[in-house]
Design a protein around this ligand. Structure first.
Ligand code: GDG
Length: 501
């Protein structure tokens, strides 16, 4: 078969490729396995597109050495890609989560650069590209997701020039001064430039990417596209711009409106001893989320007597994440030591300072927690978007609650009426917590209404349709129709100029 010739059976017109499949394998005590749909926003957003367009989803099932034939699940054709223990250690835990993740999050932790991890990243990306090429119909639209698969667009274009290829990066793209540390920086840029449209969370990320392209390749940018000029080949255009992701906002609001969820929210407050203020943090236990900074600020407020343990409780959900990566083991120890110290120093028999939970909860319980919380605290040191902030706003149909939001999240570009904080500034964070506690109801409601409007209007369905429409315009060569998206106000400061060329 020549590279441009499409395979002919089981071909799909729309193919999504992500590291993890949108289904989880559940094995009962008798050893029988079934598949359950994982509840992520991406699946919800893409489900209608998948059904209409005859869609397939290519990805890993989450367990080692699972060789499974493609199957149907709830109207989606699932194409599993197998990963061995070696692939998981090198491609996933190594290059993806211990090289790219810290590097792309402003080197908050130190990235490991290991050639054997890189070799595994190349091999596994090729496996994903091959699996995708094999199920894509002639002229299909393929949408590749996230930093684990940055080489797939180029590999796919080489195998199947007939495809229209989109890529979306869920995490930040770092400034050039940081990105340039990567020994394989040119290969990654080249991999991404195989796509027709590359989407980022923030305008600043798209800017960082375009600057890296100019520095490393010399290609020029004619807004909104990069002109990829390879000698002997026609110039290709690659669109790089921001498409801020969102959530299935209506489903959060609908859950929050259910009486049983409101009842549960009341129970949660009672279980905490009915403190005047419930403050909530919900994060994967990840060093990018600034959990230590928030504990420090809260601990100091208690120590200084500016808040009283009888009046305020911090509920911290820290869902388990990447537990075999050393930096995450160390983080867990640090966080749990700090929580234990604060509770030991300030807790009373009837009131705990911090109610800490190292496990995941069902969606219902999360929404009940959002309703129970007077304040949601998001102190990420760097975060592509932060969906938790948007989920809190969507759930607060009562227009109450205060969102404290780190400036270093993508969400802060949109949610301007949150109380924006620099989490590194512990004194500023403490003052903001006090401001949130004391905020009059009128102000809380005015702010929350504005946050909710933004989140409900710009939900995940709108995100995916914006991206796919842009991809369609790129496919037909109508770059003039790719309108600049609505830019957040006062965007200027979000563009990190420290490293600008
Ligand atoms: C990456 C980027 C970007 C958490 N604990 C539980 C639970 N969660 C859910 C939250 C939320 C999701 O997980 C976390 O999303 P975030 O956006 O906050 O963060 P990451 O996991 O780091 O996601 C991020 C995102 O991709 C999307 O592009 O926004 O910047 O890092 O939906 O609710 N859900 C349930 N139980 C839990 O215990 N049910």
């Amino acid at each position: 078969m020549s590279p441009s010739e499409a395979p002919n059976s089981t071909d799909f017109a729309f193919v999504v490729v992500s590291n993890r499949l949108p289904v989880d394998r559940v094995t009962d005590p008798d050893g029988n396995s079934t598949w359950t749909r994982s509840p992520g926003g991406l699946v919800t957003a893409l489900e209608p597109v998948m059904r209409d367009a005859d869609g397939a989803w290519v990805g890993w099932a989450g367990q080692a050495d699972l060789e499974i034939e493609p199957f149907e699940n709830d109207g989606i054709h699932i194409v599993p890609v197998a990963l061995s223990e070696h692939d998981i250690a090198n491609f996933y835990e190594g290059f993806s989560n211990d090289t790219l993740w810290p590097l792309y999050h402003d080197v908050i932790a130190s990235p490991g650069f290991h050639r054997e991890w890189w070799e595994s990243y190349v091999l596994v990306n090729q496996r994903f590209a091959d699996a995708t090429a094999a199920v894509s119909a002639q002229g299909a639209v393929v949408w590749v997701q996230d930093y684990q698969l940055q080489l797939v667009p180029r590999m796919l274009r080489e195998a199947r020039p007939d495809l229209t290829i989109g890529f979306f990066n869920h995490i930040p793209f770092p400034p050039y001064g940081i990105y340039s540390q990567l020994p394989w920086r040119t290969q990654i840029i080249d991999g991404l430039l195989g796509a027709d449209v590359i989407g980022f969370q923030r305008v600043a990320d798209a800017g960082n990417f375009s600057r890296a392209v100019r520095r490393l390749t010399g290609y020029t940018t004619k807004n909104p596209a990069i002109e990829v000029a390879v000698p002997g080949q026609p110039t290709r255009r690659v669109v790089a711009r921001a498409f801020p992701i969102s959530i299935d906002a209506q489903s959060f609001e609908a859950l929050a409106r259910e009486p049983r969820i409101q009842e549960r929210a009341k129970e949660i407050r009672e279980g905490l001893g009915n403190p005047r203020t419930v403050m909530l943090g919900v994060d994967r236990l990840d060093y990018t989320k600034g959990i230590g900074h928030r504990l420090k600020a809260f601990g100091e407020l208690l120590a200084e007597g500016r808040v009283d343990v009888e009046d305020i409780t911090l509920v911290q959900v820290a869902s388990p994440s990447r537990e075999r990566v050393a930096a995450y083991m160390q983080l867990r120890d640090e966080v749990e030591l700090t929580v234990g110290r604060i509770n030991g120093d300030f807790g009373t028999i009837s009131h705990q300072a911090i109610s800490y939970h190292h496990h995941g909860y069902p969606r219902d319980e999360m929404v009940a927690l959002y309703l129970a919380a007077d304040i949601l605290l998001v102190t990420a040191l760097r975060d592509g978007m932060n969906l938790v902030a948007k989920e809190y706003a969507a759930s607060r149909f009562d227009d109450d609650g205060v969102l404290i939001l780190s400036e270093f999240t993508g969400a802060s570009d949109e949610l301007k009426r949150a109380l924006l904080v620099n989490p590194h500034d512990i004194d500023g964070l403490k003052d903001t917590i006090l401001q949130a506690i004391a905020m009059p109801r009128r102000e809380r409601m005015a702010r929350m209404r504005s946050l909710r409007k933004r989140v409900l209007e710009n939900d995940v369905a709108r995100w995916s349709s914006n991206f796919l429409q842009t991809l369609e315009q790129a496919r037909v060569g109508r770059y003039d129709r790719i309108a600049p998206i609505e830019l957040p106000d006062e965007l200027e400061w979000t563009v990190d100029r420290r490293w600008a060329p």
